[in-house]
Design a binder for this molecule. Structure first.
Ligand code: ADP
Length: 227
């Protein structure tokens, strides 16, 4: 059953058309890789799903709601329902691992005891309980990405979007992050992974949506792709 549906979505910046009439849906609990060369439109899709950008045309339905119609005051609540991680981790350098993860709850005025419980749970899930008092610059790239994943999971989202999460990681760390994403997927979340790492996608053997020039040019249920 689809939890995300894009219907004839186009995105233009001035006269530059970066998405052309894209229609695609993603099911609850799926693991989908969105692949393609740099500039293909992958990050634009992520920005539309997080409401950082609005489509020029088309509808985007998430959990039954057209998110292009959300009012500004509804955005924080919507964004809590989707976890997002990025290539550059986006951690706060002056905060510890614990504080980076807790911050997402503090801004929502959660009680302290609740924050402590939830942070411990997600930090343990990503295997970083021994690192809670460290600062980002004391961690490896793979560990930083795991902090970002912990933060993305803090509101128990049903959708996790990973936008080139391994772009800055070596192959060993990359695979550890993929295994973690896979584990999160098995616990029931839809994971949308954008990447241009062909090795990763081939090993995952999951659905692959291939983009080129702002269009989806293939959508295969398993495994490999050829650009
Ligand atoms: P990908 O993530 O696949 O590398 P993007 O979605 O980032 O691709 O970009 C798709 C195209 O949109 C690129 O040609 C890029 O230059 C263009 N683009 C992205 N953001 C903007 C913007 N704010 N203004 C103009 N063009 C943009």
């Amino acid at each position: 059953m689809p939890i995300i549906e894009l219907h004839n979505v186009s995105k233009e910046y001035g006269r530059t058309k970066v998405l052309h009439d894209v229609s695609v849906s993603f099911d609850k609990g799926e693991f989908v890789s969105v692949v393609g060369h740099s500039g293909a439109g992958k990050s634009t899709i992520v920005k539309l799903l997080t409401c950082e950008e609005v489509p020029t045309r088309g509808r985007i339905i998430v959990a039954g709601r057209d998110i292009t119609q959300l009012k500004p005051k509804e955005l924080p609540y919507y964004r809590r329902k989707i976890g997002v991680i990025f290539q550059d981790f986006k951690l706060l350098p002056q905060k510890t691992v614990y504080e980076n993860v807790a911050y997402a709850l503090e801004v929502c005025d959660y009680p302290n005891a609740d924050i402590k419980k939830r942070v411990s749970k997600v930090v343990e899930l990503v295997g970083l309980s021994h690192r809670v008092h460290n600062y980002p610059n004391e961690l490896s790239g793979g560990e930083r990405q795991r902090v970002a994943i912990a933060r993305a999971l803090i509101h128990s989202p049903k959708i996790l979007i990973a936008d080139e999460p391994s772009g800055n990681l070596d192959p060993v760390n990359t695979w550890e992050i993929m295994e973690l994403l896979y584990r999160i997927n098995r616990s029931g979340a839809l994971v949308i992974l954008t990447t241009h790492n062909k090795t990763v996608v081939d090993r995952l053997k999951k659905r692959v949506v291939l983009m080129k020039g702002g269009r989806i040019i293939s959508d295969e249920q398993s495994g490999t792709y050829v650009i």
